[in-house]
Design a protein around this ligand. Structure first.
Ligand SMILES: Cc1cc2nc3c(=O)[nH]c(=O)nc-3n(C[C@H](O)[C@H](O)[C@H](O)COP(=O)(O)OP(=O)(O)OC[C@H]3O[C@@H](n4cnc5c(N)ncnc54)[C@H](O)[C@@H]3O)c2cc1C
Length: 381
């Protein structure tokens, strides 16, 4: 009997595993893939994400530190840089392996290449099934990412308008060429998809190029991606990979009696620009903070309900306002993206959000009253 079983070794499962090990919980983490495994991602690790880790990201993993953004919309382009770092770019397979090793170091058991196919909650424990084994634990954290189905016993399936689909390609290029294209900033193309955007991120000897948008409005993501690649001068044959992002906000059930959902499985992703690693890490940690109180301090099962309220307090507001911003922007794209790509202050302040210098709520409250003025200024130009 384990104290805790964690399903999934992505950022959320690893963060949960590391804290569980540090707290002395007898923990088993089960991951269906053998790491290092490919994960479709832009590889942007925000300052917020790094702030949750109790160890630094090694220099050799940080391919480029990002200080700014170049934003495009209907022919308009604006580039702004901050004096402080807002994110760093990493390769996901390397990052995830590293995070998992940091969890293993605390003494937890990790089984790779074993898929969890189901679980059953009993009065005093949970039974977890894989093809060949049955495991038992007092608590279960499901950190299976966006496409798993274990979560649906607790949380209803997302509707088409509640998750986004992304396509991404890693395109090899010499660093000198990348530096000429863009140096220490990310390239964002609004309008490349409806309710989403295209990106070109400069990594070490490759670009991450991708598009993402609400599944409902992206009937042929492969074509949209090919059009985006061609429009930006990429004409080779590239391997295109798809990934899914839950972007419908966080109003969903995320705890059972002995089970907690974390990361993408709980729907913790920024709806506006799809950042999820920060929330995956922090929610995995909060899950274990709550579970370890139940185990180590013998607090009742009701304590699990606190998981939802702590997540809500710590980052729920950011996710709620990111959804609000996304709805506003995409309902009135002409107005908002024109402002975003024509006014330095608007983009400057937006960059403060991933850098943890400003919340979404502050940003929206600052932006809304200024919209008529910016619009007027734009029209009289
Ligand atoms: C194309 C794309 C680009 C993105 N770009 C960014 C970005 O630049 N920055 C950012 O912050 N976020 C980005 N995101 C979002 C980010 O990738 C996710 O929010 C993040 O990976 C969530 O972490 P997680 O640990 O919850 O899930 P995951 O990282 O998906 O990890 C889940 C793990 O669980 C394992 N698993 C699943 N089912 C089972 C099972 N039944 N049994 C055992 N193991 C299982 C999987 O193999 C996987 O390793 C992007 C997403 C996509 C799709």
């Amino acid at each position: 009997m384990y104290d805790l079983i964690i399903v999934g070794g992505g950022p959320s499962g690893s963060a949960a595993g590391r804290l569980a090990g540090k707290r002395g919980l007898r923990t088993l983490l089960i991951e269906k893939e053998v790491f290092p495994r490919y994960k479709a991602c832009g590889g942007a690790l925000s300052e917020q994400a790094m702030s949750y880790l109790d160890f630094p990201i090694p220099d050799e993993m940080r391919e480029r530190d990002i200080y700014g953004a170049r934003v495009h919309f209907r022919g308009g382009v604006i580039e702004r840089h901050k004096e402080y770092r807002i994110a760093t770019l990493v390769t996901r397979s390397i990052l995830d392996s590293y995070l998992l090793e940091e969890a293993r170091e605390t003494g937890i058991e990790i089984r790779m290449g074993e898929r969890v196919v189901g679980y059953e909650e009993h009065g005093d424990h949970v039974e977890v099934y894989t093809k060949d084994n049955v495991y038992q634990a007092r608590f279960l954290v499901i950190a299976e990412g966006s496409r798993g189905s274990l979560k649906t016993r607790i949380r209803r399936r997302d509707r088409m308008d509640e998750y986004g689909i992304c396509m991404v390609a890693e395109i090899e290029e010499a660093n000198e060429t990348i530096d000429k294209y863009i140096h220490d900033a990310i390239d964002i193309h609004f309008g490349a998809t409806y309710m989403g955007y295209g990106w070109i991120f400069p990594h070490e000897k490759y670009y991450s190029v991708g598009i993402g948008g609400l599944t409902k409005y992206l009937p042929d993501p492969k074509k949209t991606m090919t059009d985006f690649l061609h429009a930006n001068g990429f004409h080779g044959q590239y391997k295109l990979r798809a990934g899914f992002v839950p972007v419908g906000g966080i109003k969903r059930n995320i705890v059972g009696s002995r089970v907690v959902l974390s990361g993408d499985a709980a729907g913790f992703v920024d709806s506006f620009y799809g950042e999820g690693i920060a929330y995956a890490i922090r929610s995995g940690q909060i899950a274990v903070e709550v579970i370890s109180r139940a185990i180590l301090h013998d607090e009742g099962l009701d304590i699990l309900k606190e998981y939802e309220s702590i997540c809500e307090t710590e980052f729920g507001e950011n996710l709620k306002y990111s959804l609000m911003l996304s709805k506003l922007m995409y309902r009135f794209p002409g107005i908002f993206f024109t402002i975003l790509t024509s006014n330095e202050e608007v983009i400057d302040r937006f960059l403060e959000v991933p850098a943890l210098k400003r919340t979404y709520r502050d940003y929206i409250r600052w932006l809304i009253p200024r919209v008529p003025r910016y619009l007027l200024r734009q029209r009289t130009k």
